[in-house]
Design a protein around this ligand. Sequence first.
Ligand code: C2E
Ligand code: MG
Ligand code: MG
Length: 581
Amino acid sequence: MTISPKPTSRSGSRTFPSGDGEQEYPPGAQATTPELLNMLPHGVVLFDAQGHVTFVNDRYRRMHGFAEDEIRTGVPLLDLFTRRHLANVPTVREIQYCRQLQNSLSPAQEVTGDIMADDGRTIHFISTPLPSGGWLVTHEDTTQQQLARQQIEHLARHDSLTDLINRSALCDQLDEALERRPPSKLIAVLFLDLDNFKTTNDALGHNIGDQLLKEAAERIRHCSRRSHDQIARFGGDDFAIVSTDLSSPAQAAALAERVRQSLRNPFNLQGHLVEIDASIGIALAPQDGLSGEELFKKADLALYQAKRSGRGACTFFENGMDTRMAARRNLEMELRSAFARSEFEVHYQPLLCLATNRITSCEALIRWNHPTRGLVGPSEFISVAEEIGLINNIGDWVMNTACLEAAKWPKEVMVSVNVSAVQFRSRDLINSVISGLTASGLPAGRLELEITESVLLDDTEQTLEILAELQNIGVRIAMDDFGTGYSSLSYLQKHPFNKIKIDQSFVQGLSTSGEANAIVRAVTNLAESLRMDTTAEGVETEGQKAMVTALGCSEIQGFIFSKAVPAMQIRDLLRQHRSHA
Ligand code: C2E
Ligand code: MG
Ligand code: MG
């Protein structure tokens, strides 16, 4: 805005009342008439060359709470404000404001600035020198813009759910801390991942999931030191802490432990008691790195390791984690493309009934026909497929392939398909079974699903419903690897399995361990009373076969009879076996 009211006495100049008599204004200054100035959206003050007020418009008056007749022109601005101050009217910090404005009355150039009012308003002013030697100062109340800007800046650096800072803000804080770090002090970067969050979110809904995250954030905040720990949420259930001023790694471990302890106390979320824990990875400066990027990367690797070692672990970064991680990432990539490139195949291993010496079923066991490594066994990739969410696709494919294959076998031979605990978490498993049976025409009674005890660990309504529904369809259920995990004979009483497969570790321990004998005996007794079959897994020798027979097992599976073989071979084996019967 450029207004140049030149003081002049030429005729045609305009005057307006100023309170102190008539004030003269230049000709051609229609745009500066008080009426027009009063219509401006800005507060306007005109100063003369001595810095005395010669005019203020209505908006300025209102902006600073001056009454209509309160402003006398020809006085220094400070006088006006001092009078108001004495009258106890809250406004801008008078002296500061007047000095600021006074200083802005530079003869040479336009000066801009912001004034903070006591009531929280921000007023932006532009002070423009006039050719006459006076100044025009416009005032704009920019409080709303300022607030909006602050809000945007806050949002850009904070997580909206928990109001913790976000990743980029934490990065900046870490960089600053690294620069200021005294040589004797350590900085720790802790990456946290809530165990069990996804299950809670899926089971109880996103509202409760959000509430859990907010309360978890609050607890983490409580465990930390206000002046030395910065806490951030990286999204999802990932949090991070930058802890400065540490004297030893043990202090970082202690912080991690405090956080885990506080998160382990059950959360009461709208009446639901939820238990969680946290996995934590820690990297330290200076030993693990001196840049924020490096420390973030290493804390992430340590967290990954913590998660792999089971729930609720806290792990410091160690050299070598990077190479293991790279190998793992490579495996993940290869696994995804293996599925797309049809590199999987299914082999089949027969199960033999001890009483009749007949093959009752063949177990479908997946193999990965790797382009350079040859046949890779499932123990090397099933758990990775579970972690990266590929197991459902693989499971569907094995189900279809195995059902189609079994449909070609003699009618008395079943096919046993291994089902991962991850597949049990959704009802897709039922669809997978139905579509496998439908596409192949295999009767449901010829399909047996092998599940492990981990499926029953949660023992949720959903698991039990899925189990019951599968048995309603007519599919048989076998408990695989019994005795390895969290074995409990009560599982067997609670769930109507059709078969228990006793893990090969017991079979291998039979000759030497009286304990193994006793366990196998207890399982076969119980199974018999519950009318379940018992298969001894991994039988390799005649001695083992004799022993499991004596202990009451009804079936054997193992190299003594046949290892797992490709589809073509199992067909031959079944044909020969039948003709020898
Ligand atoms: P599992 O279900 O207990 O399968 C039996 C494993 O024992 C097979 O290993 C089999 O080759 C091996 N085995 C059989 N007889 C003997 C023996 O006499 N001595 C010894 N030492 N081992 C024997 P494999 O094929 O490596 O499979 C390992 C595990 O991978 C399986 O254990 C099963 O839990 C899982 N798995 C295999 N295929 C699939 C699949 O399609 N889906 C899922 N989710 N898991 C699968
Ligand atoms: Mg099995
Ligand atoms: Mg097994």
